[in-house]
Design a protein around this ligand. Structure first.
Ligand code: CUA
Length: 334
């Protein structure tokens, strides 16, 4: 009975690992379903092979010694080599290829007789740049936040600005390297609107662990509205609004604007674009949730929260300056 109870606990714990916003065992799109099917097929097959090998091993211990001629020994050996060394691998690898080849093909950006949304994702140490080159009215740019239309294929064109990163949304499938100087393309689809977790999947330096990407799938209409809100003229209007923020804008222009862009004020591309930062769910690529006062806290403590990130420390600025800068940035909510 104790063994039974232990089994139940193990199964419950095992199943608990199947949920969560980054579980490949909880697919939310076709590419991820393909991956999980192959995973289950491989697990099942590996279990069968494991049991077979252990059984043969135990059998070899128990078997009594039998006198055989050299010819008989050779015949038996040949049977094992042909069966276990040739037929079994040919059969099992072919079976896996039958699943794997069509699944891999579905993730390729092949023409499908309809336009496919293109989203560019660029890895940086240690944040994500996301661009929408096909947005009506001009390209839209954001950071550490990926919004995609649900229920349709999307081609992700991924690359890197520095070292190798990897793009992976476990519940939608894939995982593809982001290589400097090369654009890789992967086609993914989210069945339903929802929020999906993602994380850089290739060790890329000290803060690899703090390289989260917040992924949200929206219905087509909501997606287009989201893009429209991020047109550069609209964002520029937002950035220039409010007389209270004149001082903060000046601080930004004479300090932050060297690296960061805010529509209407600066177009630097060294650090993340901040034009809609107030509307983003998190700061520092997953270090802090976005809430009131979070940006000021980040500006004061970012080298402790995310050591060796590329932003210089702000020790030379006083608290009031950082507070007003934070309040202005938080107001950038389209
Ligand atoms: Cu980027 Cu790991």
């Amino acid at each position: 009975r104790r063994v039974n109870r232990l089994m139940v606990i193990l199964v419950v714990l095992g199943l608990a690992g199947c949920a969560g916003d980054r579980s490949i065992l909880d697919p939310a799109g076709q590419a991820a379903r393909d991956v999980v099917l192959i995973w289950w097929v491989m697990l099942t097959f590996a279990t069968v092979v494991f049991i077979a090998v252990i059984s043969l091993w135990l059998y070899a211990f128990k078997r009594k010694y039998r006198e055989r001629t050299l010819q008989q020994e050779r015949r038996i050996a040949r049977r094992w080599v042909i069966g276990g060394g040739i037929l079994l691998p040919v059969f099992s690898v072919s079976a896996l290829l039958m699943f794997g080849v069509p699944a891999g093909k579905r993730m390729l950006p092949l023409p499908i007789g309809q336009p496919v949304e293109v989203i560019e994702v660029i890895g940086h140490q240690w944040w994500w740049e996301v661009r929408y080159p096909g947005a009506q009215g001009g390209e839209v740019v954001t950071s550490n936040q990926l919004v995609l239309p649900a229920g349709e294929p999307v081609d992700f064109h991924v690359t890197s600005a520095d070292v190798i990163h990897a793009f992976w949304i476990p519940r939608l499938g894939g995982k593809i390297d982001m290589l400097p100087g090369r654009v890789n393309v992967i086609r993914l689809e989210a069945d339903e609107p929802g929020v999906y977790g993602a994380q850089c999947a290739e060790f890329c330096g000290a803060q690899h662990t703090h390289m989260d990407l917040h992924v949200e799938a929206l219905e087509r209409e909501a997606y287009e509205a989201w893009l429209e809100d991020r047109q550069s003229e609209r964002l520029a209007e937002l950035a220039l609004a409010g007389d209270d923020f004149t001082q903060a804008r000046e601080t930004f222009a004479s300090n932050c604007a060297v690296c960061h862009s805010v529509a209407g004020l600066s177009s630097a591309t060294i650090g993340p674009d901040l034009s809609d930062i107030g509307a983003r769910p998190m700061l520092g690529a997953g270090v802090l949730p976005m809430e009131e006062g979070a940006i000021q806290y980040w500006l004061e403590n970012h080298q402790t929260l995310k050591p060796s990130n590329k932003m210089p420390s702000h020790d030379y600025m006083d608290t009031a300056t950082l507070e007003s800068l934070g309040a202005w940035l938080e107001s950038l909510t389209p």
